[in-house]
Design a protein around this ligand. Structure first.
Ligand code: DGJ
Length: 369
């Protein structure tokens, strides 16, 4: 697709946010918490394959991938990364494998997938990042392992006070606490990064972003979900470079999605309310290393729509044409009782004002012009 515009022309395939979206074989698309890679003229949509019923949010199949040239009609390309048949594997069936994102590395030629991984049997306490690679966009991806990022590295934007190991007293105060993953009274926002200095930083909801200079970043909810981290990847995209910042300490942001437009970085996130939707948040910065400024809720709609992000939670911002300002806001409408029935809410990012906004469209199209 070359120059693209958003329009409401009658004769084109339409996006219908929140409705059942079938692939070209007529089967509902199963790619939740997903992200999109554009390679050549083809878009690849990677996401969590969910199953029906109470265990549907665990990974029992893996990461599914679809291909499309027009972003509306998607061909099922199968399982890009399969869960392991070895029950001892970190990615065995029953693990939690969320928000997979794939980027292509020009130097190595490899396709690199990062995702939030919780090895089986420990709920969300693992808070690890998994990585897998493939020679072709649809895989099969080979699992390389998982880690908590940046072990032994202090954040670039931490002052001297934040570059100290915990005192015995501080360590005791944390040892006695269990965190809920959401805002709570007396949250010790500045202790957790220091607690995790040696072993590596927690990493849950995540996305990837490749800048114009090909440098890639992982953005993830860290520090018991209290603080976001933006962390540079190595040139081969397989490791962390050792440069990262903390963003909005104690702000409880998750579901990050990043876009760059007109030289500025825009970071969409949600608050932390589990599978229940909450209000969208937007932040802006002139450098990926900050400072980041809160821009409030970019949703425009009824109070109900803006309080719930149209009943969805962000997962990715797809640049369709950066120069002309065409971006798609991609979000999930979760269905925790029957996760396979989770829906996709894709809406155009409106850049007609100086501040990006997202409005509801019952249906809309992209047309090539
Ligand atoms: C919200 C996250 O955004 C999802 O990816 C998932 O981790 C749920 N929380 C789990 O409650």
């Amino acid at each position: 697709m070359s120059e693209s515009v958003l329009s409401s022309e009658e004769n084109l395939e339409r996006f219908r946010p929140g409705e059942v979206w079938t692939d070209t074989a007529g089967v509902p698309i199963n790619a939740h918490g997903g992200g999109i890679l554009r390679h050549g003229a083809t878009y690849y949509w990677f996401g969590e394959h969910k199953i029906a019923g109470p265990w549907g949010n665990e990974a029992h199949v893996g990461v599914r991938v679809y291909a499309s040239e027009d972003l509306v009609r998607w061909r099922n390309q199968g399982i890009a990364l399969a869960v392991s048949a070895d029950p001892a594997s970190e990615i065995a069936s029953g693990c939690i494998l969320e928000r997979p994102k794939v980027i292509h590395n020009r130097h190595t030629g490899l396709f690199v997938m990062w995702f939030h991984l919780e090895p089986p049997g420990a709920g969300y306490t693992g808070a690890r990042s998994g990585v897998a690679v493939a020679n072709a966009p649809c895989g099969p991806y080979r699992y390389l392992g998982s880690l908590r990022p940046n072990a032994g590295i202090w954040p670039l934007n931490a002052d001297a006070m934040l570059r100290q190991m915990l005192s015995a007293e501080e360590a005791d105060s944390l040892a006695a606490r269990r965190f809920s993953g959401g805002p709570e009274a007396d949250f010790p926002a500045d202790l957790i990064q220091r607690r995790d200095h040696e072993g590596g930083q927690m990493a849950r909801d995540m996305t990837l972003f490749v800048d114009e200079d090909d440098i890639a970043y992982q953005i993830y909810s860290s520090e018991e979900n209290g603080t976001l981290h933006i962390s540079q990847l190595t040139k081969d995209y397989l490791h962390h470079e050792g440069r990262y910042i903390r963003v909005f300490p104690g702000g409880f942001n998750e579901a990050p999605a990043l876009m760059k437009w007109s030289g500025r970085y825009f970071l969409f996130t949600s608050g932390c309310t589990g599978w229940r939707p909450n209000a969208l948040r937007l932040a802006v910065a002139d450098s990926i290393w900050g400072p980041w400024t809160d821009m409030g809720n970019p949703c425009v709609g009824t109070p109900q729509e803006s309080a719930t992000t149209f009943q969805s939670q962000p997962t990715f911002i797809l640049p369709v044409n950066e120069k002309s300002g065409r971006f798609i806001f991609m979000a999930d409408r979760w269905a925790p009782k029957n996760p396979i029935d989770g829906r996709y809410v894709w809406l155009p990012v409106d850049l007609s004002d100086s501040r990006p906004t997202v409005r509801w469209h019952k249906e809309w199209t992209i047309s090539a012009s």
